[in-house]
Design a binder for this molecule. Sequence first.
Ligand SMILES: Cc1cc2nc3c(=O)[nH]c(=O)nc-3n(C[C@H](O)[C@H](O)[C@H](O)COP(=O)(O)OP(=O)(O)OC[C@H]3O[C@@H](n4cnc5c(N)ncnc54)[C@H](O)[C@@H]3O)c2cc1C
Length: 438
Amino acid sequence: MSAGVADIVADVVVVGAGPGGIAAATRAAESGRRTVVLDEGAEMGGNIWRHRAGDGVPTQARKWMARFARSGAMVLNGASVVDARATSGGDGFLVTAERASLACRVHGRALVLATGSRERFIPFPGWTLPGVHGVGGAQALLKAGLSFAGKRVVIAGTGPLLLPVAATLAGAGARVVLVAEQAPARAVVGFAVGLLTRPESLLQGARYRAGFFGTPYRTGLWVSEARGTERLEAVTVTDGRTTREIVCDVLCAAHGLIPNVELPRLLQCEVANGAVVVDNHQQTSRPGVYCAGEATGIGGAELAIVEGELAGLSAAGSATDVELLRHRLRPLRRMAARMEHAFAPRAELRDIVTPDTIVCRCEDVRLRSIESGWNARQAKLYTRAGMGPCQGRVCGASLEFLFGWHADTVRLPSEPALLSTILAGTADESADSLHQGA
Ligand SMILES: Cc1cc2nc3c(=O)[nH]c(=O)nc-3n(C[C@H](O)[C@H](O)[C@H](O)COP(=O)(O)OP(=O)(O)OC[C@H]3O[C@@H](n4cnc5c(N)ncnc54)[C@H](O)[C@@H]3O)c2cc1C
Protein backbone atom coordinates (compact mmCIF):
# COMPACT_ATOMS: atom_id res chain seq x y z
CA MET A 1 0.00 0.00 0.00
CA SER A 2 1.36 3.47 -0.93
CA ALA A 3 0.99 6.33 1.56
CA GLY A 4 -2.63 7.60 1.65
CA VAL A 5 -3.82 5.01 -0.87
CA ALA A 6 -5.93 2.00 0.07
CA ASP A 7 -5.16 -1.14 -1.97
CA ILE A 8 -7.64 -3.99 -2.11
CA VAL A 9 -7.18 -7.28 -3.93
CA ALA A 10 -10.11 -9.26 -5.28
CA ASP A 11 -10.92 -11.87 -7.89
CA VAL A 12 -13.95 -10.03 -9.27
CA VAL A 13 -14.43 -6.25 -9.12
CA VAL A 14 -17.92 -4.90 -9.80
CA VAL A 15 -18.57 -1.23 -10.54
CA GLY A 16 -22.13 -0.20 -9.70
CA ALA A 17 -24.39 -1.42 -6.89
CA GLY A 18 -27.74 -1.15 -8.68
CA PRO A 19 -29.81 -4.26 -9.37
CA GLY A 20 -27.33 -5.41 -12.06
CA GLY A 21 -24.21 -4.95 -9.93
CA ILE A 22 -25.78 -6.47 -6.81
CA ALA A 23 -26.83 -9.58 -8.75
CA ALA A 24 -23.39 -9.86 -10.40
CA ALA A 25 -21.49 -9.51 -7.12
CA THR A 26 -23.77 -11.93 -5.29
CA ARG A 27 -23.37 -14.66 -7.91
CA ALA A 28 -19.57 -14.16 -8.15
CA ALA A 29 -19.16 -14.29 -4.34
CA GLU A 30 -21.48 -17.32 -4.05
CA SER A 31 -19.17 -19.03 -6.56
CA GLY A 32 -16.31 -18.64 -4.08
CA ARG A 33 -14.62 -15.58 -5.60
CA ARG A 34 -13.37 -12.67 -3.52
CA THR A 35 -15.69 -9.95 -4.77
CA VAL A 36 -15.63 -6.20 -4.24
CA VAL A 37 -18.36 -3.78 -5.37
CA LEU A 38 -17.78 -0.04 -5.69
CA ASP A 39 -20.55 2.53 -5.99
CA GLU A 40 -20.48 6.30 -5.80
CA GLY A 41 -23.84 6.40 -4.01
CA ALA A 42 -24.00 6.64 -0.23
CA GLU A 43 -26.21 3.55 -0.19
CA MET A 44 -26.56 0.45 -2.31
CA GLY A 45 -29.49 -0.04 -4.68
CA GLY A 46 -28.80 2.12 -7.73
CA ASN A 47 -31.40 4.44 -9.20
CA ILE A 48 -34.42 2.32 -8.38
CA TRP A 49 -33.72 0.71 -4.98
CA ARG A 50 -31.58 3.37 -3.31
CA HIS A 51 -33.13 5.64 -0.63
CA ARG A 52 -35.94 3.19 -0.03
CA ALA A 53 -35.00 2.03 3.43
CA GLY A 54 -37.88 0.96 5.65
CA ASP A 55 -41.35 -0.11 4.63
CA GLY A 56 -41.16 1.00 0.98
CA VAL A 57 -38.47 -1.49 -0.08
CA PRO A 58 -39.84 -3.76 -2.84
CA THR A 59 -39.76 -7.53 -2.13
CA GLN A 60 -37.31 -8.16 -4.95
CA ALA A 61 -34.88 -5.56 -3.57
CA ARG A 62 -35.14 -6.99 -0.05
CA LYS A 63 -34.46 -10.49 -1.36
CA TRP A 64 -31.38 -9.42 -3.31
CA MET A 65 -29.97 -7.22 -0.53
CA ALA A 66 -30.27 -10.13 1.94
CA ARG A 67 -28.68 -12.57 -0.51
CA PHE A 68 -25.87 -10.10 -1.20
CA ALA A 69 -25.23 -9.70 2.56
CA ARG A 70 -24.97 -13.50 2.95
CA SER A 71 -22.72 -13.93 -0.11
CA GLY A 72 -19.60 -12.47 1.51
CA ALA A 73 -19.11 -9.82 -1.19
CA MET A 74 -17.65 -6.57 0.11
CA VAL A 75 -19.13 -3.19 -0.79
CA LEU A 76 -17.46 0.22 -0.88
CA ASN A 77 -20.11 2.95 -0.96
CA GLY A 78 -19.25 6.56 -1.71
CA ALA A 79 -16.49 5.34 -4.03
CA SER A 80 -16.50 7.15 -7.34
CA VAL A 81 -14.60 5.12 -9.95
CA VAL A 82 -12.47 7.42 -12.07
CA ASP A 83 -10.24 4.97 -13.93
CA ALA A 84 -10.15 1.32 -14.95
CA ARG A 85 -7.28 -0.23 -16.90
CA ALA A 86 -5.53 -3.51 -17.56
CA THR A 87 -2.47 -4.01 -15.35
CA SER A 88 0.87 -3.84 -17.14
CA GLY A 89 1.44 -7.57 -16.63
CA GLY A 90 -1.84 -8.29 -18.46
CA ASP A 91 -2.94 -10.39 -15.46
CA GLY A 92 -5.97 -8.40 -14.43
CA PHE A 93 -7.41 -4.95 -13.95
CA LEU A 94 -6.79 -1.99 -11.73
CA VAL A 95 -9.83 0.08 -10.76
CA THR A 96 -9.18 3.45 -9.15
CA ALA A 97 -11.82 5.22 -7.10
CA GLU A 98 -12.02 8.30 -4.94
CA ARG A 99 -13.62 7.82 -1.54
CA ALA A 100 -13.83 10.60 1.04
CA SER A 101 -11.08 12.48 -0.88
CA LEU A 102 -8.75 9.47 -0.70
CA ALA A 103 -7.63 7.24 -3.54
CA CYS A 104 -8.65 3.60 -3.41
CA ARG A 105 -7.25 0.99 -5.80
CA VAL A 106 -8.94 -2.33 -6.32
CA HIS A 107 -7.14 -5.06 -8.24
CA GLY A 108 -9.11 -7.88 -9.78
CA ARG A 109 -8.74 -10.73 -12.24
CA ALA A 110 -12.12 -9.91 -13.83
CA LEU A 111 -14.21 -6.79 -13.99
CA VAL A 112 -18.00 -6.36 -14.18
CA LEU A 113 -19.23 -2.93 -15.23
CA ALA A 114 -22.82 -2.32 -14.10
CA THR A 115 -22.84 1.47 -14.34
CA GLY A 116 -26.53 1.85 -15.23
CA SER A 117 -28.09 4.77 -17.06
CA ARG A 118 -28.90 8.44 -16.77
CA GLU A 119 -31.62 10.69 -18.15
CA ARG A 120 -31.53 12.09 -21.67
CA PHE A 121 -32.25 15.83 -21.89
CA ILE A 122 -33.34 17.37 -25.16
CA PRO A 123 -33.10 21.17 -24.88
CA PHE A 124 -36.04 23.52 -25.39
CA PRO A 125 -36.34 27.25 -24.67
CA GLY A 126 -36.30 27.79 -20.90
CA TRP A 127 -35.13 24.29 -19.91
CA THR A 128 -32.42 25.70 -17.63
CA LEU A 129 -34.84 27.85 -15.53
CA PRO A 130 -34.97 27.12 -11.79
CA GLY A 131 -37.98 24.85 -11.23
CA VAL A 132 -37.22 22.63 -14.24
CA HIS A 133 -35.90 19.19 -13.22
CA GLY A 134 -35.34 15.83 -14.83
CA VAL A 135 -38.10 13.24 -14.36
CA GLY A 136 -36.01 10.71 -12.41
CA GLY A 137 -34.08 13.70 -11.05
CA ALA A 138 -37.24 15.09 -9.37
CA GLN A 139 -37.88 11.69 -7.87
CA ALA A 140 -34.32 11.53 -6.55
CA LEU A 141 -34.72 15.01 -5.02
CA LEU A 142 -37.96 13.93 -3.38
CA LYS A 143 -36.30 10.81 -1.93
CA ALA A 144 -33.46 13.03 -0.71
CA GLY A 145 -35.96 15.17 1.24
CA LEU A 146 -37.08 18.02 -1.08
CA SER A 147 -40.77 18.81 -0.60
CA PHE A 148 -43.06 19.12 -3.63
CA ALA A 149 -46.18 19.40 -1.43
CA GLY A 150 -48.75 21.81 -2.89
CA LYS A 151 -46.62 22.54 -5.98
CA ARG A 152 -48.28 22.54 -9.41
CA VAL A 153 -46.23 20.03 -11.39
CA VAL A 154 -46.13 19.18 -15.10
CA ILE A 155 -44.36 15.92 -16.00
CA ALA A 156 -43.25 15.65 -19.62
CA GLY A 157 -41.02 13.51 -21.76
CA THR A 158 -41.22 9.87 -22.65
CA GLY A 159 -41.23 6.32 -21.43
CA PRO A 160 -42.63 4.22 -18.60
CA LEU A 161 -40.65 6.22 -15.98
CA LEU A 162 -43.21 9.06 -16.26
CA LEU A 163 -45.78 6.87 -14.49
CA PRO A 164 -43.98 5.97 -11.22
CA VAL A 165 -42.66 9.52 -10.93
CA ALA A 166 -46.16 11.03 -11.37
CA ALA A 167 -47.53 8.57 -8.80
CA THR A 168 -44.72 9.27 -6.32
CA LEU A 169 -45.00 13.06 -6.61
CA ALA A 170 -48.81 12.95 -6.32
CA GLY A 171 -48.42 10.67 -3.28
CA ALA A 172 -46.06 13.25 -1.75
CA GLY A 173 -48.69 15.97 -1.99
CA ALA A 174 -47.74 17.60 -5.33
CA ARG A 175 -50.60 18.85 -7.54
CA VAL A 176 -49.65 17.00 -10.74
CA VAL A 177 -51.60 18.94 -13.40
CA LEU A 178 -50.49 17.10 -16.55
CA VAL A 179 -48.42 14.12 -17.66
CA ALA A 180 -47.37 14.66 -21.31
CA GLU A 181 -45.96 11.66 -23.18
CA GLN A 182 -44.36 12.65 -26.49
CA ALA A 183 -44.84 9.21 -28.09
CA PRO A 184 -47.99 8.89 -30.23
CA ALA A 185 -51.00 7.04 -28.79
CA ARG A 186 -50.60 4.10 -31.20
CA ALA A 187 -47.01 3.50 -29.99
CA VAL A 188 -48.02 3.62 -26.32
CA VAL A 189 -51.04 1.34 -26.88
CA GLY A 190 -48.90 -1.05 -28.97
CA PHE A 191 -46.35 -1.25 -26.17
CA ALA A 192 -49.08 -1.88 -23.57
CA VAL A 193 -50.62 -4.63 -25.74
CA GLY A 194 -47.19 -6.28 -25.94
CA LEU A 195 -47.24 -6.44 -22.13
CA LEU A 196 -50.28 -8.77 -22.16
CA THR A 197 -47.80 -11.64 -21.83
CA ARG A 198 -46.44 -9.96 -18.67
CA PRO A 199 -49.55 -9.28 -16.59
CA GLU A 200 -47.46 -8.25 -13.55
CA SER A 201 -45.99 -5.32 -15.55
CA LEU A 202 -49.46 -4.27 -16.73
CA LEU A 203 -50.72 -4.43 -13.15
CA GLN A 204 -47.78 -2.34 -11.97
CA GLY A 205 -48.54 0.26 -14.67
CA ALA A 206 -52.22 0.32 -13.60
CA ARG A 207 -51.18 0.82 -9.95
CA TYR A 208 -48.99 3.78 -10.93
CA ARG A 209 -51.83 5.26 -13.02
CA ALA A 210 -54.17 4.93 -10.04
CA GLY A 211 -51.62 6.95 -8.05
CA PHE A 212 -52.36 10.07 -10.15
CA PHE A 213 -55.88 9.16 -11.19
CA GLY A 214 -57.26 12.70 -11.32
CA THR A 215 -54.51 13.98 -13.64
CA PRO A 216 -54.71 13.82 -17.47
CA TYR A 217 -52.10 11.55 -19.14
CA ARG A 218 -51.81 12.75 -22.75
CA THR A 219 -49.90 11.08 -25.55
CA GLY A 220 -48.46 12.86 -28.61
CA LEU A 221 -47.85 15.99 -26.51
CA TRP A 222 -44.56 17.67 -25.61
CA VAL A 223 -43.23 20.84 -23.99
CA SER A 224 -42.08 23.48 -26.49
CA GLU A 225 -41.16 26.20 -23.99
CA ALA A 226 -40.73 26.85 -20.28
CA ARG A 227 -41.26 30.46 -19.24
CA GLY A 228 -40.59 32.63 -16.22
CA THR A 229 -38.43 35.56 -15.14
CA GLU A 230 -36.60 34.46 -11.98
CA ARG A 231 -37.92 30.89 -12.07
CA LEU A 232 -40.46 28.72 -13.87
CA GLU A 233 -43.96 30.18 -14.09
CA ALA A 234 -45.59 28.35 -17.01
CA VAL A 235 -44.95 25.87 -19.80
CA THR A 236 -46.23 25.70 -23.36
CA VAL A 237 -47.20 22.26 -24.61
CA THR A 238 -47.87 21.32 -28.20
CA ASP A 239 -49.07 18.38 -30.28
CA GLY A 240 -47.40 19.87 -33.36
CA ARG A 241 -50.61 21.63 -34.51
CA THR A 242 -51.93 23.52 -31.51
CA THR A 243 -50.27 24.94 -28.38
CA ARG A 244 -51.52 25.46 -24.85
CA GLU A 245 -50.07 27.29 -21.89
CA ILE A 246 -50.13 25.70 -18.43
CA VAL A 247 -49.29 27.63 -15.27
CA CYS A 248 -47.06 25.57 -12.97
CA ASP A 249 -44.31 25.74 -10.34
CA VAL A 250 -42.32 22.67 -11.36
CA LEU A 251 -41.63 20.98 -14.67
CA CYS A 252 -40.11 17.50 -14.69
CA ALA A 253 -38.84 16.88 -18.21
CA ALA A 254 -36.53 14.26 -19.73
CA HIS A 255 -36.63 12.03 -22.78
CA GLY A 256 -35.94 8.57 -21.47
CA LEU A 257 -32.68 7.04 -20.30
CA ILE A 258 -29.30 6.49 -21.94
CA PRO A 259 -26.59 3.99 -20.91
CA ASN A 260 -23.55 5.15 -18.90
CA VAL A 261 -20.68 4.00 -21.09
CA GLU A 262 -17.75 6.19 -19.96
CA LEU A 263 -15.88 3.43 -18.07
CA PRO A 264 -16.43 0.79 -20.79
CA ARG A 265 -15.17 3.35 -23.32
CA LEU A 266 -12.08 4.05 -21.19
CA LEU A 267 -11.36 0.32 -21.37
CA GLN A 268 -11.95 0.44 -25.14
CA CYS A 269 -14.91 -1.92 -25.00
CA GLU A 270 -17.01 -1.82 -28.17
CA VAL A 271 -20.04 0.47 -27.93
CA ALA A 272 -22.80 0.43 -30.58
CA ASN A 273 -25.89 2.68 -30.67
CA GLY A 274 -24.80 4.15 -27.35
CA ALA A 275 -24.75 0.80 -25.47
CA VAL A 276 -21.97 -1.65 -24.58
CA VAL A 277 -21.82 -4.69 -26.86
CA VAL A 278 -21.71 -8.04 -25.00
CA ASP A 279 -21.62 -11.71 -26.01
CA ASN A 280 -23.83 -14.41 -24.51
CA HIS A 281 -21.62 -14.54 -21.38
CA GLN A 282 -22.08 -10.75 -20.92
CA GLN A 283 -18.42 -10.37 -21.87
CA THR A 284 -17.50 -7.18 -23.71
CA SER A 285 -15.15 -7.01 -26.69
CA ARG A 286 -12.37 -6.79 -24.08
CA PRO A 287 -11.63 -10.23 -22.56
CA GLY A 288 -12.09 -10.28 -18.79
CA VAL A 289 -14.40 -7.25 -18.81
CA TYR A 290 -18.12 -8.02 -18.43
CA CYS A 291 -21.03 -5.63 -18.54
CA ALA A 292 -24.57 -5.93 -17.15
CA GLY A 293 -27.71 -3.87 -16.69
CA GLU A 294 -28.61 -0.64 -18.41
CA ALA A 295 -25.06 0.06 -19.61
CA THR A 296 -25.80 -2.62 -22.24
CA GLY A 297 -29.14 -1.00 -23.16
CA ILE A 298 -32.22 0.33 -21.37
CA GLY A 299 -34.48 -2.48 -20.23
CA GLY A 300 -35.52 -2.11 -16.59
CA ALA A 301 -34.47 -3.65 -13.30
CA GLU A 302 -35.52 -7.23 -14.02
CA LEU A 303 -33.37 -7.43 -17.16
CA ALA A 304 -30.50 -5.80 -15.24
CA ILE A 305 -30.71 -8.52 -12.56
CA VAL A 306 -30.65 -11.43 -15.01
CA GLU A 307 -27.76 -9.89 -16.97
CA GLY A 308 -25.99 -9.24 -13.66
CA GLU A 309 -26.36 -12.87 -12.56
CA LEU A 310 -24.96 -14.06 -15.87
CA ALA A 311 -22.07 -11.58 -15.79
CA GLY A 312 -21.17 -12.47 -12.19
CA LEU A 313 -21.17 -16.21 -12.91
CA SER A 314 -19.15 -15.74 -16.11
CA ALA A 315 -16.60 -13.49 -14.35
CA ALA A 316 -16.27 -16.18 -11.67
CA GLY A 317 -15.78 -18.89 -14.31
CA SER A 318 -18.95 -20.74 -13.24
CA ALA A 319 -21.41 -22.39 -15.64
CA THR A 320 -24.15 -22.85 -12.99
CA ASP A 321 -27.64 -21.77 -14.18
CA VAL A 322 -26.19 -20.16 -17.30
CA GLU A 323 -28.65 -21.79 -19.75
CA LEU A 324 -31.59 -21.00 -17.48
CA LEU A 325 -30.56 -17.34 -17.26
CA ARG A 326 -30.09 -17.05 -21.02
CA HIS A 327 -33.58 -18.46 -21.44
CA ARG A 328 -34.95 -15.78 -19.07
CA LEU A 329 -33.07 -13.04 -20.93
CA ARG A 330 -34.77 -13.51 -24.29
CA PRO A 331 -38.29 -12.19 -23.53
CA LEU A 332 -36.86 -9.38 -21.38
CA ARG A 333 -34.63 -8.23 -24.25
CA ARG A 334 -37.58 -8.38 -26.66
CA MET A 335 -39.55 -6.14 -24.32
CA ALA A 336 -36.58 -3.73 -24.06
CA ALA A 337 -36.41 -3.51 -27.87
CA ARG A 338 -40.16 -2.79 -28.06
CA MET A 339 -39.79 -0.09 -25.42
CA GLU A 340 -36.92 1.58 -27.29
CA HIS A 341 -38.96 1.60 -30.49
CA ALA A 342 -42.21 2.84 -28.89
CA PHE A 343 -40.64 5.69 -26.91
CA ALA A 344 -38.00 6.95 -29.38
CA PRO A 345 -37.88 10.78 -29.29
CA ARG A 346 -39.86 12.22 -32.22
CA ALA A 347 -38.13 14.29 -34.91
CA GLU A 348 -40.26 17.39 -34.09
CA LEU A 349 -38.29 17.81 -30.84
CA ARG A 350 -35.44 19.14 -33.01
CA ASP A 351 -37.66 21.97 -34.24
CA ILE A 352 -38.42 23.51 -30.83
CA VAL A 353 -34.80 24.47 -30.19
CA THR A 354 -34.26 28.12 -31.16
CA PRO A 355 -30.89 29.80 -31.94
CA ASP A 356 -31.02 31.30 -28.43
CA THR A 357 -31.59 27.98 -26.62
CA ILE A 358 -28.76 26.86 -24.33
CA VAL A 359 -27.47 23.48 -25.53
CA CYS A 360 -24.51 23.11 -23.11
CA ARG A 361 -25.51 24.47 -19.71
CA CYS A 362 -22.10 24.02 -18.04
CA GLU A 363 -20.41 26.30 -20.59
CA ASP A 364 -23.48 28.40 -21.46
CA VAL A 365 -23.27 27.54 -25.17
CA ARG A 366 -26.29 28.49 -27.27
CA LEU A 367 -27.42 26.71 -30.42
CA ARG A 368 -26.49 29.68 -32.61
CA SER A 369 -22.79 29.27 -31.71
CA ILE A 370 -22.66 25.81 -33.29
CA GLU A 371 -22.46 25.37 -37.04
CA SER A 372 -24.34 22.42 -38.48
CA GLY A 373 -21.37 21.31 -40.63
CA TRP A 374 -19.17 20.78 -37.55
CA ASN A 375 -18.53 17.54 -35.72
CA ALA A 376 -18.53 17.03 -31.93
CA ARG A 377 -14.79 17.72 -31.68
CA GLN A 378 -15.08 21.02 -33.56
CA ALA A 379 -17.96 22.12 -31.34
CA LYS A 380 -15.80 21.33 -28.32
CA LEU A 381 -12.77 23.18 -29.65
CA TYR A 382 -14.59 26.26 -30.91
CA THR A 383 -17.33 26.70 -28.25
CA ARG A 384 -16.27 24.54 -25.24
CA ALA A 385 -19.55 22.56 -25.54
CA GLY A 386 -19.02 19.42 -23.44
CA MET A 387 -15.90 20.77 -21.69
CA GLY A 388 -17.58 21.78 -18.41
CA PRO A 389 -17.96 19.86 -15.14
CA CYS A 390 -20.43 17.32 -16.61
CA GLN A 391 -17.90 16.49 -19.34
CA GLY A 392 -20.64 16.03 -21.93
CA ARG A 393 -22.82 13.74 -19.81
CA VAL A 394 -25.81 16.05 -20.35
CA CYS A 395 -25.08 17.93 -23.58
CA GLY A 396 -23.39 14.97 -25.35
CA ALA A 397 -26.67 13.14 -25.89
CA SER A 398 -28.56 16.39 -26.68
CA LEU A 399 -26.07 17.37 -29.37
CA GLU A 400 -26.04 13.82 -30.71
CA PHE A 401 -29.84 14.03 -31.09
CA LEU A 402 -29.81 17.54 -32.59
CA PHE A 403 -26.88 17.13 -34.99
CA GLY A 404 -26.58 13.35 -35.44
CA TRP A 405 -23.02 13.39 -34.08
CA HIS A 406 -21.45 10.41 -32.43
CA ALA A 407 -20.11 10.86 -28.93
CA ASP A 408 -16.50 11.83 -28.66
CA THR A 409 -13.83 9.66 -27.04
CA VAL A 410 -13.65 9.48 -23.25
CA ARG A 411 -10.61 10.55 -21.32
CA LEU A 412 -9.33 9.88 -17.83
CA PRO A 413 -10.76 10.66 -15.28
CA SER A 414 -14.24 9.37 -16.06
CA GLU A 415 -15.59 11.41 -13.10
CA PRO A 416 -14.24 14.64 -11.57
CA ALA A 417 -11.34 13.64 -9.26
CA LEU A 418 -8.40 14.95 -7.26
CA LEU A 419 -5.03 14.90 -8.99
CA SER A 420 -3.72 12.62 -6.21
CA THR A 421 -6.39 10.03 -7.08
CA ILE A 422 -5.53 10.12 -10.77
CA LEU A 423 -1.83 9.74 -10.00
CA ALA A 424 -2.51 6.80 -7.66
CA GLY A 425 -4.31 5.01 -10.49
CA THR A 426 -1.49 5.47 -12.96
CA ALA A 427 1.21 4.07 -10.58
CA ASP A 428 0.67 0.54 -11.84
CA GLU A 429 1.70 -2.61 -10.04
CA SER A 430 1.12 -6.04 -11.54
CA ALA A 431 -1.94 -7.78 -10.15
CA ASP A 432 0.12 -10.93 -9.65
CA SER A 433 2.46 -9.29 -7.17
CA LEU A 434 -0.54 -8.05 -5.17
CA HIS A 435 -2.41 -11.35 -5.40
CA GLN A 436 0.70 -13.15 -4.10
CA GLY A 437 1.00 -10.70 -1.22
CA ALA A 438 -2.69 -10.98 -0.32
C1 LIG B 1 -32.71 8.98 -12.26
C2 LIG B 1 -33.35 7.63 -12.51
C3 LIG B 1 -34.51 7.27 -11.81
C4 LIG B 1 -35.11 6.03 -12.02
N1 LIG B 1 -36.28 5.70 -11.36
C5 LIG B 1 -36.89 4.53 -11.61
C6 LIG B 1 -38.17 4.17 -10.98
O1 LIG B 1 -38.69 4.92 -10.19
N2 LIG B 1 -38.74 3.00 -11.30
C7 LIG B 1 -38.17 2.14 -12.21
O2 LIG B 1 -38.73 1.06 -12.49
N3 LIG B 1 -36.99 2.43 -12.81
C8 LIG B 1 -36.35 3.59 -12.54
N4 LIG B 1 -35.19 3.90 -13.19
C9 LIG B 1 -34.61 2.89 -14.07
C10 LIG B 1 -33.89 1.88 -13.18
O3 LIG B 1 -32.97 2.59 -12.39
C11 LIG B 1 -33.16 0.83 -13.95
O4 LIG B 1 -34.07 0.11 -14.74
C12 LIG B 1 -32.40 -0.17 -13.08
O5 LIG B 1 -32.04 0.38 -11.86
C13 LIG B 1 -31.15 -0.60 -13.82
O6 LIG B 1 -30.24 -1.22 -12.94
P1 LIG B 1 -28.67 -1.10 -13.20
O7 LIG B 1 -28.04 -1.93 -12.15
O8 LIG B 1 -28.36 -1.37 -14.61
O9 LIG B 1 -28.32 0.44 -13.00
P2 LIG B 1 -28.50 1.50 -11.79
O10 LIG B 1 -29.59 1.09 -10.87
O11 LIG B 1 -28.58 2.78 -12.47
O12 LIG B 1 -27.14 1.35 -11.01
C14 LIG B 1 -25.91 1.79 -11.51
C15 LIG B 1 -25.04 2.15 -10.34
O13 LIG B 1 -23.72 2.42 -10.83
C16 LIG B 1 -23.16 3.46 -10.07
N5 LIG B 1 -22.10 4.07 -10.87
C17 LIG B 1 -22.15 4.48 -12.15
N6 LIG B 1 -20.95 4.98 -12.54
C18 LIG B 1 -20.13 4.87 -11.46
C19 LIG B 1 -18.78 5.23 -11.21
N7 LIG B 1 -18.00 5.77 -12.17
N8 LIG B 1 -18.27 5.01 -9.98
C20 LIG B 1 -19.03 4.43 -8.99
N9 LIG B 1 -20.31 4.09 -9.18
C21 LIG B 1 -20.87 4.29 -10.39
C22 LIG B 1 -24.33 4.40 -9.79
O14 LIG B 1 -24.10 5.15 -8.61
C23 LIG B 1 -25.49 3.40 -9.62
O15 LIG B 1 -25.72 3.11 -8.26
C24 LIG B 1 -34.56 5.13 -12.98
C25 LIG B 1 -33.38 5.49 -13.66
C26 LIG B 1 -32.79 6.72 -13.45
C27 LIG B 1 -31.53 7.10 -14.22
